[in-house]
Design a protein around this ligand. Sequence first.
Ligand SMILES: NC(=O)c1ccc[n+]([C@@H]2O[C@H](COP(=O)([O-])OP(=O)(O)OC[C@H]3O[C@@H](n4cnc5c(N)ncnc54)[C@H](OP(=O)(O)O)[C@@H]3O)[C@@H](O)[C@H]2O)c1
Length: 451
Amino acid sequence: MNQIAVIGLGVMGKAIAQNMMNHGFRVAGYNRTYAVTETMQGKENFIGYKELKDAIESLEKPRKIFMMVPAGPVVDAMIDQLEPFVEAGDIVMDAGNSYFEDDARRGKRLEKLGVHYLAVGVSGGEMGALHGPSIMPSGSKEAYDQVAFILETIAAQKDGEPCCTYIGPEGSGHYVKMVHNGIEYADMQLIVEAYIAMKAAGMSNQSISDVLESWNQGPLESYLLSITIKILREKDPDTQKDLVDLIVDASSNKGTGKWTSQCALVQDINVSLIHGAYMARLTSNDEELRHRFPKVQSHIELDTEQLRQAYFLARVVAYEQGFRLYSDASKRYGWDLNLSKIASIFRAGCIIQANLLEYIRDTFGRLGPDASLFDDFEEMAIAHLPALKTIVTTGLLHDISMPLFTAALTYIIPMQQVALGANLIQAQRDFFGAHTFKRVDKEGVFHHHWE
Ligand SMILES: NC(=O)c1ccc[n+]([C@@H]2O[C@H](COP(=O)([O-])OP(=O)(O)OC[C@H]3O[C@@H](n4cnc5c(N)ncnc54)[C@H](OP(=O)(O)O)[C@@H]3O)[C@@H](O)[C@H]2O)c1
């Protein structure tokens, strides 16, 4: 009998099914379009089914069903289709990028049938899915314990540990994946801003790639830098030009960065870099406004060591903002998230895998969930702040927009400022709305008759 069904054999489903098969798990495959399933028929440890019913009935009990379909109504529709064939004790996993608030509803629906539901965040793209992704499962712990032998085997391994750990109840796994993507948006945009700055300094793609390669070690080493180094060296086979220069300057998104931003507003957490990264993608698509203004060719003098320092500090701010979301969500939703373990499973397999995660794992491991990355990086921040200031001011003076470097700077500067002027806000609020204020010289709450 088959051990697990993979439902949805698209880019991710096919790769993760192959990963399971490579590890000796017997996989039942089902895809809406059977022609796709057929392309996998005959592979070792795989049987593809035309009918969903047959795929489910081919499974050992309790049945383990791994859905890899687009988030939203498709997941509900798949659960509708699965409902007649599953029974008490079975485990349905939604491994797509579903919105975490949908998980509680889906979990309750399946719970009525005695069926377990797991919300499973998966990161790593196609190659990660094939060779070992980072996996963030949540929901019933009892159900997780029954699928752990598969998920922990197919996950990336780092220092002998699987990059898969039980995250917590309900949709916490999808939440953790969502914020992972928010951090990913921010880090991608920071690399873009460094690239744009180096282009404005007259550097070729090859020399930008060489600089990024020199950065890609120690605490700055990361998957995103590694792929960018390769991208900048890639030639278009047809024209032999640098492929990156032939790609339209407008970026897409599938919504997880936007969701992270929306959640941060609900949680009252400042995620200015994640938000800014999403806004930068929107700006890149604003054809009308971008065509309206005359173009300025920028030329700057650039010290790439200063740029490296600015990038290092800004990247720490991006991760700090993401992990503050985790810390707050842990309390707000009662999930009891282990931030050190989350950092640990991000160390390999996922898109934001980076050496920095080793430091973050250590910080939260030693200091607990309320730690700040600046508990360990304060000295670096103070030392790198002048470089960040120079990069931001040079860029802005020469018409180079650096929304995330700027956001990182304006995140740090207020922390050092003696006064922020919030006293004047309080006075204004009290003037027009009798909202009251506190005083520096007396206890209590006051209202003043301003006129
Ligand atoms: N791509 C990534 O890097 C990545 C990384 C992590 C997570 N994810 C998440 O993984 C999930 C799958 O992504 P993907 O990249 O594999 O997408 P994909 O290549 O577009 O594949 C989508 C799969 O879902 C099936 N599907 C679509 N609409 C359906 C419907 N109405 N009913 C039944 N099946 C339907 C498709 O079947 P047909 O062949 O019949 O169309 C296909 O098997 C998404 O939630 C995505 O956000 C993706």
